[in-house]
Design a protein around this ligand. Structure first.
Ligand code: CUK
Ligand code: CUA
Length: 623
């Protein structure tokens, strides 16, 4: 019988022959045999027996699909796609009134960095935040329902690529811009780039009870590009760090022009101090945002030179250091918060840029880590033993090194070109170790071919032994930029939406169903239950909606099946309309009945043996 899980060693040997990305491995690829104390085979390690659950949720960005992907670890089974920035016919997201309003007319988003809400630097499993680089938006997903709860568009931004990152207690969600643009994106010639263009960072608050965002304040920064950010922890809890590139102010041919300088900067911001400034009125109002300009409101913002075009920056779990990965310079630079604070206290500044004091590199750096032949470091994750794991985009590997000493202890090839990786509880104050998943940009020959373009891939790496071991790989839709991996015990989902008789537009029994007309508005207060729709129980046909051509129709539907996993859909033929009502949920769709005719309605979720019978008619009487 053919084994359904390939043996890792054979796979790796095959890939090594095929790849062109490999660096020269001084230590050689690891993982020939498991040193796991349980002596499990790789197949056993990923196998979650029928009826058992994975230990971790991996919540992965879906990139320009605008969706959130939910995976189980270690099985790497895909559990769900959660629509966030993009409409989804399967769930009716973007079709019902609430989600349509949240999407604001957009049909896509570019979601890069998920961030789980934190309490004391630990994932608390309540909400997940998402950035939309394409349309300057931030979203929250309620992890009790895995539904998108709110979306907000932010002014003055040019694509919040460097978000979302949360401060230790989710005081703020940090959203720095990728492109610099003129304030309010007004017209300004690129010749005026240095003068008129700005790189804005948004500091966003989220009210967890009301499930609503609020833009607290913005920070006006020089027209550099901001790539990634992270929030401090413990000693550095009041600080955020972010990497920059294009400090050259290139406005064309950026591939070359934005990579001239030997050094770009890390920007250090004390959000607590800025919060006080804002409370004291030290800001200007710009397009509805409270804007702090470091040239006018001095202090709290600093810069540190760092090797050429850094990409990721990650704060260590203990909050004492931050590590910049050098995209073009093949090294990881470890900086010390303590040293930075010392320089700031002594006003030991090398120069000033746009009113921002620049700290002397030599006084803030702790060490540079430069594994021979390892090229294109992008991002860092951490385990519970004081090790850091860096993805190497160009040499297609993960490098394990000791944060305290910079000693490189292991390297393992991945397939191929990893961007981020995610470790179990990897961004918290207490990572779990155990698993690291490498999020690879290129899968090439790993899976059955689906044409010139292939899926991305995710390699599961076992961290439990001294040596890293790649034990499994799965394809994934484009494009998982980043993911966070959270223990399953921290996520508490609702079994059903609670029955709330006071909920607007809800109906909970057949007697209360009705169709009301107000002028040319028709409101249907209906229920969905196994296996019928009831729009008006008193009518001759309870499952008929009869309106006049030109009427504005509102269909308020409540699913009164209060049983876990019994969900109903509602589709209307020829109307491009479909939505879902989960157990106990009430949702509304709205449309104008501009076409006279007869249109079947049916349940789109297979809910019972008589699901096929769960149907009705929309009749639109001609004018
Ligand atoms: S970025 Cu994709 S590999 Cu948008 Cu986080 Cu670094
Ligand atoms: Cu309800 Cu199918």
């Amino acid at each position: 019988m053919k084994k359904w899980i390939p043996a890792a060693s054979g796979l790796i040997a095959g890939f090594m022959a095929a790849t062109v990305f490999f660096a020269d491995f001084s230590s050689g690829p690891s993982g020939e045999a498991s040193k796991d104390s349980a002596n499990k085979t790789n197949a056993e390690k990923v196998y979650v027996p029928y009826g058992e659950l994975d230990d971790y949720y991996m919540l992965s960005s879906g990139g320009h699909s605008g969706q959130l992907f939910v995976y189980g670890v270690p099985s790497m089974r895909k559990i769900r796609t959660v629509p966030v920035f993009t409409p989804d016919p399967a769930t009716g997201y973007g079709f019902d009134d609430k989600s349509k309003e949240m999407l604001g007319g957009y049909t896509w988003g570019d979601f890069h960095h998920p961030a789980i809400s934190e309490t004391n630097g630990e994932y608390d499993g309540k909400f997940l935040f998402a950035n939309d680089v394409a349309n300057n938006r931030i979203a929250s997903v309620d992890l009790s329902t895995f539904h998108t709860a709110d979306i907000m568009e932010m002014p003055n931004m040019g694509g919040p690529h460097a978000g979302t990152f949360v401060t230790e207690n989710t005081e703020y969600i940090v959203m720095p811009t990728r492109f610099s643009v003129p304030m309010g994106k007004e017209y300004a010639s690129l010749d005026e780039f240095e003068d008129k263009y700005k790189g804005v960072t948004s500091m966003v608050k989220f009210d967890q009870d009301a499930k609503k965002f609020e833009l607290a304040y913005q920070i006006m920064l020089p027209p550099w590009s901001y790539d990634l950010s992270d929030a401090g922890k413990k000693v550095s809890g009041d600080w955020i760090v972010m990497t920059t590139y294009n400090t050259e102010f290139a406005t064309t041919n950026n591939e070359i022009n934005a990579s001239q300088n030997d050094r770009d900067y890390i920007v250090l911001i004390n959000w607590k101090e800025l919060e006080k400034k804002v409370a004291d009125g030290e800001y200007e109002e710009v397009n509805g945002a409270k804007m702090i300009d470091p040239r006018k409101h001095k202090g709290s913002i600093y810069a540190i030179p760092v090797a050429k075009s850094p990409h990721g920056v990650d704060v260590t779990p203990d909050g004492t250091r931050f590590i910049a990965s050098g995209k073009l310079a093949p090294l990881m630079t470890v900086f010390s918060f303590e040293k930075a604070f010392e320089s700031i206290k002594n006003e030991d500044f090398a120069e000033e840029k746009f009113g921002i004091p620049v700290l002397p590199y030599d006084k803030v750096v702790e060490r540079e880590v430069d594994p021979p032949g390892a090229l294109g470091p992008l991002h860092t994750q951490f385990d519970d033993q004081g090790y850091a794991y860096n993805t190497m985009f160009i040499s297609s590997e993960v490098v394990k090194w000791k944060v305290d000493t910079g000693e490189v202890v292991d390297r393992v090839p991945v397939h191929y070109s990893p961007g981020h990786s995610t470790a179990a509880e990897g961004d918290t104050a207490s990572p779990d170790g155990k698993w690291l998943i490498s999020l690879n940009k290129i899968a090439k020959d790993n899976f059955l071919s689906v044409g010139p373009s292939h899926p991305e891939s995710m390699d599961l790496i076992d961290l439990s032994g001294d040596k890293m071991e790649v034990i499994y790989t799965v394809p994934v839709d484009p494009e998982p930029h980043y993911a966070q991996t959270i223990h399953r015990d921290k996520i508490k989902t609702l079994k059903i939406y609670e029955k709330d008789e006071k909920r607007k537009n809800s109906v909970w029994n057949q007697e209360d169903t009705r169709i009301e007309r107000k002028g040319n508005e028709v409101h249907v207060y209906g229920i969905a239950m196994r296996s019928k729709f009831i729009f008006d129980a008193k009518a001759e046909r309870a499952d008929e909606i009869k309106v006049k051509q030109g009427d504005k129709v509102y269909i308020h539907l409540t699913n009164i099946d209060l049983d876990q996993d019994i969900t109903h859909g509602f589709g209307i033929m020829d109307h491009d309309l479909n939505y879902e009502v989960q157990p106990g949920q009430t949702s509304t769709i709205e449309f104008t009945a501009d076409r006279a005719g007869t249109f079947p309605i049916y349940c789109t979720n297979f809910c019972s043996a008589l699901h096929q019978e769960m149907s009705g008619y929309l009749l639109v009487e001609p004018k």
